[in-house]
Design a protein around this ligand. Sequence first.
Ligand SMILES: [Mn+2]
Length: 358
Amino acid sequence: MKMTLRWYGSAYDTVTLEQIRQIPGVTGVITTLYSKQPGDLWTREEIRALKDEVEASGLKIEGIESVNVSDAIKTGSPDRDKDIETYIKCLENLGEEDIHLVCYNFMPVFDWTRTELARKRPDGSTVLAYTQEAVDNLDPEKMFDSIAGDMNGTVMPGWEPERMAKVKELFELYKDIDNEKLFENLVYFLKAIMPVCNKYDIKMAIHPDDPAWSVFGLPRIIINKENILRLTHAVDDVHNGVTFCSGSYGTNLNNDLPDMIRSLKGRIHFAHVRNLKFNTPLDFEEAAHLSSDGTFDMYEIIRALYETGFDGPIRPDHGRMIWGEVAMPGYGLYDRALGAAYINGLWEAVEKAETRGF
Ligand SMILES: [Mn+2]
């Protein structure tokens, strides 16, 4: 595995490449052209400039998170072929610049959903949290306003104010899209891009829906073992792969995370590792990465990744806000650095136990 950190680019991120470089064991970043809207073209020049900046710090771009998929592609509207053409061009340009991993999601309207961005925990740290009760009592059009005050002045991925201003229109776009239709549109998209992925050896890695169930009555498909295996079989090409996000699949306590990892052997191209603490099955908060701080057995998650031969980039996922840091919720430096160190420790322990035979 390659230990990485997500980085939003110098214009947007409070964390610098120099800081990331100093986290023990971190060799690369997962980044994006953050100013791009879904459907925009990424030019080679723009990609190269980003690459040069990252490489000047001694790090490497291990993958893109994300090249976002447009609503036209997700809804299968008449514009989708034009957007797919642009997406293919982006992939070509990434491939020409020697970038071989693209994370994306296929969630309608809202990316990940949290109802609080700064829930206070007993140790004084603040974390992102979700409670179904709050969602059930919220008008989806007010979703953005309800959390915007806690964004610490940052723009959060999937929650761009321009996009949220159109939320009513977005709901309208998806009104005839059910799970089956969304799945068909995803398969159509993947089949269209597989030739360019094969040509440049670009591994597509779909991020699960978060939380892993329908919110506000919207369709959700990448939520469990059955559905993700259905997708890997529907387009049976190694380049149609998965971002295994423990914190997203883990929102549904029925998902057995180590078992899912083993079932997806060879198709997990990217891993997001984080822990959740459940207060009830429908109320959880993003704990520290440490097993004992949350609900998941992080050792077993890492062991499953190791045993299935996972060799892609891995990153600590959202971190708590600690030590007075002011940053994008979930994306500060300190707790993610602790997460990286912890995951590295687990990996070393698993690897040595396996190779030394005790
Ligand atoms: Mn994730």
